[in-house]
Design a protein around this ligand. Structure first.
Ligand code: ADP
Ligand code: TRP
Length: 336
């Protein structure tokens, strides 16, 4: 196992879906055995969009810990913590606010995209605007070099690198105070489509959740978009642009995948039959997860204990980084 530190975070704004599972969680499972892995629940990030109704953030945080652990993250191997338990993140965000030009934040594509797509929440607040800067602070505070994320997060990673570079240039030290991170992207599933063909996202109402019961998974499968040009069962389809097949593919063996593609292109199999097979195979795929999840639910205080232990490991690193930042910025020690 390498001593190199890796880090990633999820916003506790809802349940885990297949996009998380294939886009990122599989990478996180693998990497926990290879690196010193830090995984956190970004509850302040949830606040940037859900500030008007904070009632669910804590529940989602606890549920996500259970989901993560049921999926196979092992709190004895990796560190699982909550962002707000490491307040040094807020201090570093403040310092980043000094070195980050507003234009850098204005041009982050996810900002405009989410302002356009999410219309049921007031996202005109400063906190949402500076979301990527808060993310940069999450990464920099633990000085982690590798960041496993889905493809949608790449612009945020690029911005983080720019902010870190600007900070290190403004406040030089040897070695530089902050580390420039690199993204680790899943080879398959870097962008899992949702039931409607857009990116699967809990904000878009197009998700299959991994905690959905078998019946719900099968029902949702029947609503999934397929190749829109294929009107009749006798029309040949194109699996490359079929969202159903793009998701199904993630659990298929190479041979089965090839067979489904053949049957679609030659109109041997219709979309309804494909949806049925997809639903029942997905439901079966998640059966062991549901069992483990039910077991963890029976252990009172499990999530709280995991987070308390995680904070004990993350905080000293954050304190060390923030001290180095203050020193480089000539803010500390007082009177020196
Ligand atoms: P959401 O978009 O549902 O709110 P998050 O922002 O909490 O999800 O995402 C947490 C992690 O999961 C990020 O690394 C993100 O890139 C990844 N992820 C989320 N949705 C998908 C998807 N549809 N495909 C691939 N990766 C995804
Ligand atoms: N921005 C990420 C998302 O929307 C969540 C996140 C917050 C994150 N801070 C992070 C991911 C730091 C990786 C590293 O999913």
């Amino acid at each position: 196992m390498s001593s190199q530190r890796i880090l990633t975070g999820y916003r506790p704004t809802g349940k885990l879906h297949l996009g998380h599972w294939f886009g990122n969680l599989q990478n996180m499972l693998d990497l926990q055995n290879k690196y010193d892995a830090f995984y956190f629940l970004a509850d302040w990030h949830a606040l940037t969009s859900d500030w008007a109704d904070t009632s669910k953030i804590r529940t989602y945080t606890e549920e996500m810990v259970l989901d993560w652990c049921a999926a196979g993250l092992d709190p004895d191997i990796c560190t699982i913590y909550r962002q707000s338990d490491v307040p040094e993140v807020a201090e570093l965000t403040l310092y980043f606010a000094m070195v980050t030009p507003m234009s850098w934040l204005e041009r982050v594509p996810t900002y405009k995209e989410q302002r356009d797509q999410i219309t049921d929440k007031d996202l005109g607040n400063v906190g949402f605007f500076e979301y990527p800067m808060l993310m940069a602070a999450d990464i920099a505070i633990l000085r982690s070099g590798l960041i496993p994320v889905g493809e949608d997060q790449l612009p945020h990673l690029e911005l983080t690198r720019e902010i870190v570079r600007r900070f290190n240039n403004a406040y030089p030290a040897e070695p530089p105070v902050l580390v420039e991170p690199k993204a680790v992207i899943a080879t398959e599933g870097a962008r899992v489509p949702g039931l409607d063909g857009r990116k699967m996202s809990k904000s878009y109402g197009n998700s299959i959740f991994i905690s959905d019961d078998a019946e719900t998974i099968c029902k949702k499968a029947m609503t999934c978009l397929t190749d829109p040009a294929r009107m009749l069962k006798t029309d040949p389809g194109n699996p490359d642009i079929c969202p159903l097949h793009q998701i199904h593919k993630l659990i298929l063996s190479k041979e089965d995948c090839f067979q489904w593609e053949e049957d679609c292109r030659t109109a041997k199999c219709g979309c309804v039959a494909h949806k049925k097979a997809f639903g029942s195979e997905m439901a079966e795929y998640y059966a062991p997860f549901r069992e483990k999840r039910a077991e963890l639910e029976k252990q009172p205080g499990f999530a709280a204990e995991v987070l308390a232990n995680g904070a004990r490991k993350a905080r000293p690193i954050a304190i060390d980084t923030i001290s180095a930042c203050r020193e480089a910025m000539l803010l500390d020690p007082f009177g020196a």
